[in-house]
Ligand binder design. Structure first.
Ligand code: SF4
Length: 206
């Protein structure tokens, strides 16, 4: 089952910035702390940066995240006159990606998450799980960078599958195809997996 994340776009943007280099648990701790401390994103923007950083301490890398959150909110306000990124809905995927990634602290993964989850645009956020699993499966070559992976994968994945595939790749990477010890013995993708064929299939090791 695909669990939908159904936040307003600015909330999703802030949440995704908070997710950088931390666990989901800590990401949500930082997000809920912000929502409890401030009534609006305007207040977050106007607050002293050290205060915002203190509020999101539990999310890790809190100083740099506070700086990125305030910088991106500030740029949005400057460009559109308010904290609303609904204009992305009227842009095509590439234009919307360019708009978001031109904000300070917003990279392709963060932008893709906002566009996929909030606007239903067919962008594939390539996080560490998507990157690792698709490389092991052989959908992209082992030396493909994360930045290169996104357009390559988007080219071969039908647009209407991107949302569910993203969810399933992340879940598979977290639970089965783990970075250090992939659980190939119980993986249903063994028969189509390059990594398994090359390194674990019984006949290849005999
Ligand atoms: S067979 Fe192993 S390496 Fe391949 S996708 Fe499954 S867990 Fe990952």
């Amino acid at each position: 089952m695909v669990v939908e994340r159904n936040l307003p776009p600015i909330d999703e943007l802030v949440l995704t910035i908070l997710s950088q280099n931390t666990s989901n648990v800590n990401m949500y701790r930082g997000y809920h702390a912000l929502k409890e401390a401030y009534d609006t994103w305007e207040e977050v923007l106007e607050a002293p940066q050290s205060e915002v950083a203190d509020t999101i301490r539990s999310s890790g890398f809190f100083r740099i995240k506070a700086e990125r959150i305030q910088a991106s909110l500030g740029e949005i306000k400057q460009r559109v006159g308010g904290l609303d990124i609904g204009l992305l809905d009227h842009m095509d995927r590439d234009e919307a990606l360019d708009w978001l990634t031109s904000l300070h602290g917003v990279g392709p993964k963060t932008a893709s998450i906002v566009l996929l989850f909030c606007f239903g645009k067919p962008t594939l956020p390539v996080d560490t799980h998507v990157w690792r699993v698709t490389k092991r499966l052989g959908l992209i070559s082992h030396n493909t960078s994360r930045e290169q992976a996104q357009p390559l994968l988007e080219e071969i994945i039908p647009e209407n599958c991107i949302y569910s595939l993203n969810h399933n790749l992340v879940k598979h990477g977290r639970e089965i195809c783990k970075a250090r010890s992939p659980k190939c013995d119980i993986c249903f993708l063994r028969s189509i997996c390059d990594y398994y064929k090359k390194t674990k299939r019984p006949e290849s090791s005999s």
